[in-house]
Structure formats: structure tokens, C-alpha cells
Design a protein around this ligand. Structure first.
Ligand code: AN7
Length: 358
């Protein structure tokens, strides 16, 4: 069968033809991991799963959208792609541009993106400009430039991004042999929640699943425009990936929330860090802080009895999928900040034994 990226796997659901030059790093097909510890907290009537999108080639879910956006840009004869980014989009765009032989320009908020993501964008050869401003300002400049010059926008306003990202919903349904009952997901620019909803709906229309999940989106409390009902001028959170005050897909995210019967709520930085530590120490999964927002949200709702309240009584376990959007190695500084530093001791057998209690 050979190696296949998601365009090959889901070709019939995507806007590609034989003429489309497929630019792929073999993204997608990420594992859906059953939870151990978290499951015991949520309760016996539920099965909790993690869709670990941090295992995509550049370490985040952005690769799903980028394979299609870059393939279509190449098909259209583009020479340069451009995006604004809190980090992961720029890393992914830079990698796929490198593979495609295209130029790549990224605007990032100065001092506000995680170290790993910056390293990626730079090593893949993108032109990286650090803006003295936030993500929302960067995006508005990118929109203006790409509207006027022959440069292709690869933020999630590019519809091919969301087409590619919807394939994660297909994979979840294929693995579970049906749609989950609930899906927890972090919300930043709100493209991903929009893409998942599109994916689930398409699978239902095709008769491949018989039900749809409730979508439960989570913003960081200091960057929660959808929850608060107004744009946030100066969004603040340690989860830099979702430090976004005026999401591009705001309306579509609200539609996904309402049509699915779900909700969009906020989680505090403390709740995010607690979930981040819990995933690493109890599940063995290292994610970046923004990704832990989905688990922080799950824990918040579980505490409030949300799942028992909203679930129909059934004779089967209800399935909850948490989307883990990016790898923990993206943001090593955050991990180092919240752990105990290693103790420095002599290179001596006895000294080591003493430290480990013998
Ligand atoms: C790890 O890279 O917006 O709601 O510019 O990197 O679809 O924006 C990243 C977003 C969640 C939010 N988790 O997804 C960017 C960028 C991680 C992310 C989100 C992002 P959207």
C-alpha cells in the first residue's frame, strides 16, 4: 500500500484532481489513544480518548490543512505563501513551502511564540517577521497584502485549510466505527472547531455515521472573545497558541456550537497548567499548553456534572474525544518553568544511591 498522506487517503472528500501536485509530509493518521487516569475521573459510564495531533510531521494539527493549502497554491502557480501565526501555522507553512519549493513569509507577534515553533519556521527557511503587535494585528496585515499581491494566504481563512483539517473527524469516526458523543477542543482563531464540524456533517451526509457529537470548545479565560461576546483588544494567556482576541471563524464556531448542541466555555491559565501537568504525569502524553485547554475543559465540565446531565441514558458507554492539537516539545520553556530543576550532585555512586533512597 505504501505511504500515504491524508490527501491520498481521503481524496474523494477533498477538492483535488489528478492534476493537483500533492505536497505531503505524510501527515494525518494520528493515534486515538484511550485514556486511563482521566477516564477514572470522568466516571464509569464514559470512555475518554485523546486524538494526539501533536504527532503530525511538524508537531501540530496545522499540517492537515497545510498539505491541501500548499498543494492547491502550487497547482494555481503560486510562488509565495504567507500567514500570520501564533506559531504552529508558521512552522507548518514553512515546512510545506520547503517541500513544495515555494517561498514563505510569516508574521508572528514579537516575543509571544513558543521557542520550538520559532526554530521550525526559521530552519525551514521562511522569512520570519516579528511584529510589534499581537496576532490579530498580524492577520489583518497579512489579509491586506495577500489581497493585493500575488501571494497566497495560508491562514485558515483559506478554505483549503479547513478542508484538510476536517479529515481528523473522519479518522475519529473510522477508528471508533461511529461518531463520538462529545468532542473537547481548544479554540483560538476558531478554524479547527469549524473544520471538525464540517467533517462530521459530511460523514453523516454520506451515511458513514448515524450521529453527530456535541462540540465543546474551550478558550483561555484571558483570550475568550466568543465566551465574552466581544473581541478582546489585548488577549492574555500562557497558552500562546490561542492568544487570539478576534477569531477569523467566530461565526462558524458559534454555528458549530449551536448546531451540535454543544458549548464554548473558558478555562483559566491555572486550569490549563493543571491539565498540562496531569496529561504528562498521569497519561504519559506531553502536549503544549493550548492543547491542554481541551482537557482542562473536560475536567471543568465533569466537575459540574455536565456529562451526566446532558447524556441520554443508554446501555453503552458514551465516548468523549479530547483533541490534543500540538506537541509539548513545541514549548519547552513552559515545561521547564513549572517543574523542579534537576539536582546537581557529584559523579559518585554513593551520592546517587543516597539521592534515590538507598
Ligand atoms: C496547538 O498557529 O492560530 O481555533 O497561528 O496552535 O483553529 O485557531 C494556532 C492555533 C489550538 C487553535 N491548539 O486552533 C496559529 C494558530 C494549538 C494551536 C489552536 C492553535 P484554531
Amino acid at each position: 500500500m505504501g505511504y500515504r498522506g491524508l490527501i491520498e487517503t481521503f481524496r474523494r472528500f477533498l477538492p483535488v484532481t489528478e492534476k493537483t501536485p500533492v505536497v505531503s509530509l505524510l501527515e494525518g493518521n494520528t493515534p486515538l489513544m484511550p485514556s486511563g487516569y482521566l477516564n477514572s475521573i470522568v466516571g464509569t459510564g464514559f470512555e475518554v480518548y485523546f486524538k494526539f495531533e501533536g504527532l503530525n510531521p511538524t508537531g501540530s494539527f496545522k499540517d492537515r490543512g497545510m498539505t491541501l493549502a500548499v498543494s492547491k497554491a502550487k497547482e494555481a502557480g503560486a510562488k509565495i505563501i504567507m500567514c500570520a501565526s501564533t506559531g504552529n501555522t508558521s512552522a507548518s507553512a514553512a515546512a510545506y513551502a520547503a517541500k513544495a519549493g515555494l517561498g514563505c513569509v510569516v508574521l508572528i507577534p514579537e516575543g509571544a511564540i513558543a521557542l520550538g515553533k520559532l526554530a521550525q519556521a526559521l530552519i525551514h527557511g521562511a522569512k520570519v517577521l516579528a511584529l510589534q503587535g499581537n496576532f490579530d494585528e498580524a492577520l489583518s496585515i497579512v489579509k491586506e497584502i495577500t489581497a493585493r499581491y500575488p501571494i497566497v494566504l495560508v491562514n485558515s481563512l483559506n478554505p483549503h485549510r479547513l478542508e484538510g483539517q476536517k479529515t481528523a473527524a473522519f479518522e475519529i469516526c473510522d477508528t471508533l466505527e461511529g461518531a463520538p458523543d462529545y468532542q473537547c477542543i481548544p479554540v483560538g482563531n476558531a478554524g479547527n472547531i469549524t473544520a471538525y464540524w464540517k467533517g462530521y456533517q459530511e460523514y453523516k451526509k454520506q451515511g458513514l455515521v448515524s450521529s453527530l457529537p456535541k462540540l465543546l470548545g474551550f478558550q483561555a479565560a484571558g483570550a475568550a472573545p466568543i465566551v465574552n461576546g466581544r473581541p478582546i483588544k489585548k488577549p492574555k494567556t500562557i497558552a500562546t497558541a490561542i492568544r487570539i482576541g478576534n477569531p477569523a471563524s467566530w461565526k462558524q464556531a458559534e454555528a458549530a456550537r449551536d448546531e451540535s448542541g454543544g458549548l464554548i466555555d473558558s478555562v483559566t491559565d491555572k486550569e490549563i497548567v493543571d491539565a498540562y501537568k496531569l496529561l504528562a504525569s498521569k497519561e504519559g502524553i506531553f502536549v503544549e499548553p493550548a492543547s491542554a485547554a481541551s482537557v482542562a475543559g473536560l475536567l471543568k465540565l465533569a466537575r459540574k456534572g455536565y456529562f451526566h446531565r446532558t447524556s441520554q441514558i443508554t446501555n453503552r458507554k458514551l465516548k468523549i474525544v479530547c483533541i490534543l492539537t500540538g506537541h509539548g516539545l513545541k514549548d519547552p520553556d513552559r515545561a521547564i518553568k513549572i517543574v523542579h530543576k534537576p539536582k546537581i550532585i557529584k559523579a559518585d555512586l554513593k551520592a546517587v544511591l543516597r539521592e534515590i533512597g538507598y
